[in-house]
Design a protein around this ligand. Structure first.
Ligand code: GLU
Length: 475
């Protein structure tokens, strides 16, 4: 049997991290078994489904690299098929027409509540039975599934273990509304059956639907898939993850400068483990993934860990790959990437210092653009009278330097220290502030190498002018 899983989002909003984790687990399970992964858009709720949400989901899945082998299928395109199956169940008396009005159902419910009975649809209730017996063909009606009355539904959830629900707790589910549209729980079963889904991985908010759906599979003579219901994701304060906790949409993580590898690695560990390993390449995830190693308790989101992972992937991924993602952030921040060194060099030099690509772009601006002012604090501390001589000496040596390599730049700094008998800090920091505008950067020789000779010379002159002006003002 080929394993086939699916991710079946309802397009009512963006792809959030909870959905993304479900999609990832479902995808990983299929891949780990050499199986296939289906993307199905559950858009039967016409009021709440939007094209923007469909696009956002596809964009999120694509960005995460969760490619689908089949689909995207759209439930709204399958109405004929659902109706055909409803008709089949009707013909086999596994479903029936119910003519009870909403008012009558409310009345029966109130009666049950007053009698301290569990409020539920009861086809044998005398008032409902009377209406159904008296109805004529063509009267408005819904179609209800004849749920078994006896026994119970038992299934082995791959995460939560054995679950048993008595049929006495389930009523006869509406499978087609009065307006002729099929209902959600029914469409899911027909699709999972038609698409040959063998394993359903979904959020635990659907766990109450599962026994109802199992009864429908059985009535249809369809194989019942294996189920795995994933626990919720909580914010770091223990409350259900929501916008209040910051980003919840996958694409917002892209906007905030995360690499998809970091988010995938973060999500896979959020509720699944393999020993105490934290970092997983995609191949390792596929190799080690198993449904029964998913935790049944809720997991708390931890942004610090995600940042740590992102830093790891910025540092260790191929620089060309990181550069491709960084380019987008340069555009977002309005930095012209053609006005400075190759982005690959930026990634290699500055990447390890940054937790996000947003930071990496922001911290690299001085390689591409001149600045009008030095950072006030850094300048106050390092662009002082004592820096004048070392900066001026460095300037003359740099002007004379023809081979602009990091090694030669390093040698120039060492010579300045030696000739003036000063420590490295006395020239290193003023130089750093002069050429970058601020007090923090990677090694200043490598930074100067990437900034380029012309800009470095101009900036040291600007720093010397700044010091001169400062001294003049102090007198
Ligand atoms: N469409 C459902 C949702 O977005 C998922 C249903 C399922 O996976 O069976 O929550």
């Amino acid at each position: 049997m080929t394993v086939k899983t699916r991710f079946a989002p309802s397009p009512t909003g963006y792809l959030h991290v909870g959905g993304a984790r479900t999609a990832l687990y479902s995808w990983l399970y299929a891949k780990s078994q050499g199986g296939e992964f289906v993307l199905r858009i559950e858009d039967t709720d016409l009021e709440r489904s939007t094209q923007e949400a469909v696009d956002a989901i596809l964009e999120g899945m694509t960005w995460l690299g969760l490619n689908w082998d089949e689909g995207p299928y759209f439930q709204t395109k399958h109405f004929d098929r659902y109706n055909e199956v409803v008709d089949k169940l009707l013909a086999e008396d596994k479903a029936y027409k119910c003519y009870a009005s909403k008012e009558l159902l409310d009345e029966v419910r109130a009666e049950q509540e007053a009698n301290k009975e569990m409020p539920r649809y009861d086809a044998d209730h005398p008032k409902i039975k009377a209406v159904n017996d008296a109805a004529k063909e063509g009267d408005p009606c819904v179609i209800r599934f004849r749920n078994p009355k006896e026994g119970s539904v038992i299934f082995d959830d791959q995460i939560r273990g054995r679950i048993e629900i008595s049929n006495s707790q389930m009523d006869d589910l509406i499978i087609r509304r009065t307006d002729g549209s099929p209902t959600y729980n029914f469409c899911v079963v027909v699709d999972d059956w038609d698409m040959g889904i063998t394993h359903v991985v979904r959020g635990e908010d659907h766990i109450n639907n599962t026994p109802r759906q199992i009864n429908i599979y059985e009535a249809l003579g369809a194989p019942v898939p294996v189920f795995a219901h994933c626990a919720m994701i909580l914010g770091d304060d223990g409350a259900k993850l929501s916008k209040r906790h910051g980003a919840v949409s996958v694409m917002q993580y892209r906007d905030e400068g995360y690499l998809p590898e970091a988010l995938n690695n973060y999500l896979v560990r959020l509720g699944w483990s393999h020993g105490d390993q934290e970092i997983f390449s995609r191949e390792e995830m596929i190799q080690f993934f198993s449904l029964n190693a998913i935790s049944k308790s809720a997991s708390a989101f931890n942004t610090d860990k995600l940042l740590w992972l992102n830093n790891h992937y910025i540092k260790t991924s191929e620089p060309e790959y990181v550069a491709k993602h960084l380019e987008w952030h340069f555009e977002q921040q309005g930095i012209n990437k053609d006005n400075g060194p190759a982005l690959v060099e930026i990634v290699t030099l500055v990447g390890e210092r940054c937790n996000t690509l947003v930071e990496l772009a922001a911290q690299s601006r001085y390689f591409f653009e001149d600045f009008a002012e030095f950072d006030a604090d850094a300048a106050k501390k390092h662009l002082r009278g004592v820096a004048k001589e070392p900066l001026a000496l460095a300037l003359s040596k740099l002007e004379a330097l023809s081979d602009w390599t990091t090694e030669n730049l390093h040698a120039v700094i060492a010579q300045v220290c030696e000739e003036l008998e000063i420590g490295m800090g006395k020239i290193g920091m003023p130089l750093r502030v002069a050429v970058t505008g601020g007090g923090q950067s990677p090694s200043v020789d490598a930074v100067m190498q990437l900034i380029g000779k012309e800009r470095v010379i101009a900036r040291i002159n600007m720093a010397l002018a700044f010091i001169a002006e400062r001294e003049a003002n102090a007198q």
